[in-house]
Design a protein around this ligand. Structure first.
Ligand code: ADP
Length: 412
């Protein structure tokens, strides 16, 4: 069976076509600048056909899906001979609210529920819906499945998801901690439990998804019991451009210092803060580490390299905050069997892994400095000799997780 995985943003649409017999990618690509001018990059993976990388007119997501289907089935760039070889479509949906604790087959009721969650994710859910509607139009007979970023965190207990604000906001407006990156936390925690032989029985994991957006999850016996992001992805650890958890009074203070509206002050916290805010020149960890004098391949400091103090400070603030949340999750879990690093920074930055773990001797956690000194493309145990909790690096694969859920649901 072949599954098309769709991740629709407001002006973009990423896709991967999987052959689920062997979980191999047949083709993948990106429609960009939808609604502006339009660009499609399509890469066949299953044969030697060329990459298509051209500007094309993409006025809406519907045209984008048509273009994707055309490329997937074309003689020149295709990997399947007709639309009938796409057996199901899996959609990444950012917010499932309180309603969805797992992936679901999409019907009118599910679409209405995703629409209802637009108030909780006004930037993301409308785009996800455009992707769903475009696929329903372009492939009316193909079953579609929604896989929610929030679903994995639906097991978080009430005392961990309730904000200490007037309770009416929860009762009347569903305001609570939801968390995101659930598909990634679930994927890497499954791999960790499998590798550690802890699939059945009691287990305590902390997963660190460190990318442009970053979040941590505390996972007890395979279930999320706490996570750092909240009702929106702004809460938690500092990120590329988001501040993470700070004193909420800052919104008012920034607005009055800069003479801007509260909404503009929120933009400062979402788009100009995090490591970008501190360093000032880039939100990309490769740039920040290089400026701080780090050899980004090994994670060790380059001898004699100049050290930009603000870049170093941005890395120090990031690592300290991540470590602090890890400490709090050891409390939430009543101990720790393994710490897992994943996503762009978690997989590729030996420096960040090391500087986070440097704070964690107090919980008996140590890494092996030599083993850790690499970028990681498959499961790697970087645990130090005397460590109590294991330290693992596990590449995430959200698209494959979506494809697996999709197959499981359409097979039922
Ligand atoms: P997204 O949240 O957009 O999916 P990713 O998971 O791809 O993001 O992570 C992007 C981040 O990973 C960027 O900050 C990038 O600098 C960082 N990154 C990628 N490769 C490296 C590397 N070799 N060293 C340090 N950071 C890296």
């Amino acid at each position: 069976m072949n599954v098309l995985v769709i991740n629709a943003g407001s002006s973009s649409l990423k896709y991967q076509l999987f052959d689920m017999k062997n979980e191999k990618i047949l083709a993948k690509g990106l429609c960009d600048r939808i609604g502006l001018d339009g660009h499609l990059k399509h890469k066949p993976e299953a044969n030697d056909k060329p990459v298509y990388d051209e500007d094309i007119s993409l006025p809406t997501h519907a045209e984008a899906i048509s273009a994707v289907i055309e490329k997937l089935t074309s003689d020149e760039y295709g990997v399947i001979s007709s639309l009938s070889e796409i057996n199901a479509v899996g959609h990444r949906v950012v917010h499932g609210g309180r309603k969805f604790s797992s992936s679901v087959l999409i019907n009118d009721e599910v679409v209405a529920a995703i629409e209802d969650c637009v108030r909780l994710a006004p930037l993301h859910n409308p785009a996800n819906l455009m992707g769903i509607r475009a696929c329903q139009e372009g492939m009316p007979n193909v079953p579609q499945v929604a896989v929610f970023d929030t679903a994995f965190h639906n097991t978080i207990p009430e005392y961990a998801y309730t904000y200490p604000i007037p309770y009416k906001y929860y009762e009347e407006n569903d305001i609570r901690r939801y968390g995101f990156h659930g598909t990634s936390h679930r994927f890497v925690s499954d791999v960790a439990l499998q590798e550690l032989g802890l699939k059945n029985g009691k287990s305590r994991l902390i997963t660190c998804h460190l990318g442009n957006g970053s979040s941590l999850a505390a996972i007890f016996s395979g279930k999320s019991v706490d996570t750092t992001m909240g009702v929106t992805p702004l809460e938690g650890i500092p990120m590329g451009t988001r501040c993470g958890s700070v004193d909420p009074s800052l919104v008012d203070i920034i607005a009055s210092v800069d003479g801007i509206s509260l909404k503009e002050a929120m933009d400062v916290l979402n788009k100009k803060s995090g490591v970008l805010g501190i360093y000032g020149k880039s939100s990309d960890f490769r740039d920040i580490e290089t400026a701080a004098g780090v050899n980004i391949d090994t994670g060790f400091m380059k001898e004699g390299a100049p050290i930009d103090a603000r870049a170093k400070l941005a890395l120090d603030v990031f690592s300290y905050q991540v470590a602090k949340f890890i400490g709090s999750y050891v409390v939430a879990l009543g101990g720790l069997d393994a710490l897992v690093f994943t996503a762009g920074i978690g997989e590729n930055s030996p420096y960040v892994r090391r500087s986070i773990c440097k704070h964690l001797g107090g919980i008996g956690l140590y890494i092996n400095e030599k083993v850790n000194a690499v970028r990681v493309s498959e499961y790697l145990d970087v645990s130090g000799e005397k460590t109590k909790p294991k330290v693992l690096v596990i590449p995430t694969n959200e698209e494959l997780a979506i494809a697996r859920d999709t197959i499981e649901i359409v097979k039922k």
